[in-house]
Design a protein around this ligand. Structure first.
Ligand code: A3P
Length: 276
C-alpha cells in the first residue's frame, strides 16, 4: 500500500534487492559502478568518498517518508534504488512482466552465513543497557522464520521463482559468487543492457570494478571506517563491513545448528531447482 501511495515506478528503474546481510553493500557498489562506469574516474570515484548506501537510495526510507531522505521522484533515469522487501510485496504493475516496469537484481547467501552476519550486526546495534543477544536465541528466531522482511527462505524463493519466470526482469545472484566476481559483473552488465564492449575489456574495466568494490577496497576507505551514529541513524558505515567471507559460520554454529539449518534449506528448496 505504501508503494502504491508513494512510489511512481519507471520502466528504467533498477532495483537492487536483498534480504538483510546477504551482500547489499557489495551489490549496491557493483551496480552503481557498472551503470556509471563512463561517468567517473576509478582513481577518484564516489565510492571512495561515500558508503554505497549513500549512493543508492533506499526505497523503504522513501515510502515511509524518513526525514533525512532525498526525494527519489526528482532523480534522473535510470534510477538506482535498493530494497529489502520481498518480491511478493511489490504491486503487480512492478512485478508483472507485461508491464516491463523496472528490473530487479537480487543477491542471496548461504543462510548459515546470513545468520552469523545478522547476529553480529544485531549485537552492534543493540542498546548498551541490554546484554548481548545469545547466538542460541538468534538461531531460534532465524530458523523459525522470524527475520526482518520475512522468513529468509521465502524471501529467496520469491525472487528465485520470479527470475525463472521472467529472466529479463529479475536476475538472481549468490553472495558466494564473490569468489568469482568478474563473471558476476559481466552478468549484471548484460542483464541491465549495458554489456562490456571489447574496448572496455581491453582496458580492464571489469577488473577495475571488481577491485573497487572488493571488501578490502571498500572497508579500507576512510568513509567506511567511520562509526558515527545518531538517534535517527543508529547504524554507522563501519557496521556494514565485518569479515566478508564465505563460510565463516563454521567458527560460530554448532554442528547441530548447521544440520538443522541445512535441513530447513533442503526442505524449503526441494523441487525448486535452487540450492546454495
Ligand atoms: P559478514 O558479516 O559475514 O562479514 P549487507 O551489506 O547486506 O548488510 O551484508 C553485510 C555482509 O556483507 C557482511 O558480511 C559484510 O562484511 C559483507 N560485505 C560488505 N561489503 C562487502 C564487499 N564489498 N564484498 C563482500 N562482502 C561484503
Amino acid at each position: 500500500m505504501l508503494i502504491d501511495d508513494h512510489f511512481n515506478p519507471r520502466p528504467t528503474d533498477i532495483i537492487v534487492a536483498t534480504s538483510p546481510k546477504c551482500g547489499t553493500t557489495w551489490l549496491r557498489a557493483l551496480v552503481f559502478s557498472i551503470i556509471n562506469r563512463n561517468s567517473f574516474d576509478f582513481n577518484n570515484h564516489p565510492l571512495s568518498k561515500a558508503n554505497p548506501r549513500d549512493l543508492v537510495h533506499f526505497l523503504e526510507a522513501h515510502i515511509r517518508g524518513d526525514r533525512s531522505t532525498v526525494s527519489i521522484d526528482g532523480l534522473l533515469s535510470p534510477r538506482l534504488l535498493s530494497t529489502h522487501l520481498p518480491y511478493s510485496l511489490f504491486p503487480k504493475c512492478m512485478t508483472d512482466d507485461a508491464s516491463s516496469a523496472c528490473r530487479f537484481v537480487y543477491i542471496c547467501r548461504d543462510p548459515k552465513d546470513v545468520l552469523v552476519s545478522k547476529w553480529h550486526f544485531a549485537n552492534k546495534l543493540r542498546p548498551k543497557e541490554l546484554p548481548p543477544l545469545p547466538l542460541e536465541e538468534a538461531f531460534e528466531l532465524f530458523s523459525n522464520g522470524v527475520s526482518h522482511y520475512g522468513p529468509f527462505w521465502d524471501h529467496v524463493l520469491g525472487y528465485w521463482k520470479a527470475s525463472g519466470e521472467w529472466p529479463k526482469k529479475v536476475l538472481c545472484l549468490k553472495y558466494e559468487d564473490v569468489k568469482e566476481p568478474s563473471g558476476c559483473v559481466r552478468k549484471v552488465a548484460e542483464f541491465l543492457g549495458v554489456p562490456f564492449s571489447p574496448e572496455e575489456e581491453k582496458k580492464w574495466i571489469v577488473e577495475e570494478i571488481v577491485k573497487l568494490c572488493s571488501f578490502e577496497s571498500l572497508s579500507n576507505q576512510d568513509v567506511n571506517k567511520s562509526d558515527t551514529r545518531s538517534g535517527e541513524n543508529p547504524m554507522s558505515n563501519s557496521d556494514f563491513f565485518r569479515k566478508g567471507e564465505v563460510g565463516d559460520w563454521v567458527n560460530h554454529l554448532s554442528p547441530q545448528m548447521s544440520e538443522i539449518l541445512d535441513k530447513i534449506t533442503e526442505q524449503k528448496f526441494q523441487g525448486t531447482g535452487f540450492s546454495f
